[in-house]
Design a protein. Structure first.
Length: 303
């Protein structure tokens, strides 16, 4: 897949638009059967080499999910990232971890965030529904968004709105041992208008909430585009970060020598901070064999 075929934004939107509806799975038997298998405990694969637990975002591969799990497990990956509720059991039954779950399937998932109080009721309802399912299935992380800018809501108001809304759900997340991960995205190339487009903004929201169960999803690709200085920024803000995504800059392809970041050095810096979460690869393979690209990314981030 090349940038001329699909933009990174379209790639994730395609996943949001074509994967099965999570809402229909909230009461589905396959999920409950999987939950019984794990007995409500976290599921994780046998640790791979190195100090970091690595995962792969589901939308980056066209392979059927069972095949994807089998091949990732053989490569040493610990889990699969960005999955809907009705997909969790397939991954868990394969022996891998669901490293990030979606609370809902919506075309406007990225744009509709906690920066606008008009969204709070729906977002909180989605999270209140999904968090207990995550606890039962052993899924530790659930994603949510800051949202797109709205007229009359400047950064200060947006920050306060995010703190107010997320503070309402933080105790419930803590009660269920689930971490809500709010993603930082670039507003320059892929997500024009997104308000959570700087580490400073995200860190201020995290400080305002003050909960270990609400963290930042620091997407290295997006933050390199917006602000650079990745390693120092990660070191200065690691206490607010609960999850990482990777991607080559520019183009969001492989994280090898074809792009501008030294991901091996970044991975080492993250590991040196005693980071215990996951680093999930989220890039569109440009090479002829996607799994060769996934294997190379795994090797690059093995430190």
């Amino acid at each position: 897949m090349t940038t001329s075929d699909h933009s990174p934004d379209i790639g994730r939107r395609a996943a949001l638009g074509h994967l099965a509806t999570a809402a229909a799975a909230f009461g589905a038997a396959p999920l409950l059967a999987s939950a019984d298998t794990v007995s409500g405990k976290a599921v994780s694969a046998k640790p791979g080499p190195g100090r970091l637990k690595q995962s792969l975002s589901r939308w980056t591969s066209k392979a059927p999910l069972p095949e994807l799990c089998r091949r990732l497990k053989a490569l040493g990956f610990a889990g699969v990232d960005l999955l809907y509720v009705d997909e969790w059991s397939t991954v868990i039954d394969s022996g891998l971890a669901v490293t990030m779950g979606y609370p809902a399937k919506r075309d406007n998932f990225i744009e509709m965030g906690f920066n606008d109080p008009a969204n709070h009721a729906q977002l909180l309802k989605e999270l209140e529904t999904t968090i207990p399912l995550a606890k039962k299935a052993g899924v530790k992380n659930v994603i949510t968004m800051f949202g797109n800018r709205k007229a009359g809501i400047d950064d200060r108001k947006a920050l306060d709105n995010c703190v107010a809304g997320l503070s309402k759900i933080a105790p419930f997340a803590a009660e269920n041992s689930v971490t809500l991960c709010v993603e930082l995205l670039n507003s320059k190339v892929d997500h024009h208008g997104y308000q959570g487009d700087s580490t400073r903004f995200g860190a201020e929201v995290m400080k305002g909430i003050g909960s270990p169960n609400v963290k930042l999803l620091y997407d290295i690709y997006h933050m390199q585009i917006m602000e650079g200085d990745v390693i120092r920024t990660i070191r200065d803000n690691i206490q607010w970060i609960g999850h990482f995504h990777t991607g080559g800059v520019p183009g969001r392809h492989e994280i090898d020598g074809t792009q501008e970041l030294n991901y091996h050095a970044i991975a080492k810096a993250i590991a040196d901070l005693n980071y215990q979460g996951y680093i999930a690869h989220e890039f569109m393979p440009a090479g002829p064999d996607p799994f060769e690209s996934f294997a190379e990314a795994f090797k690059i981030c093995t430190v």
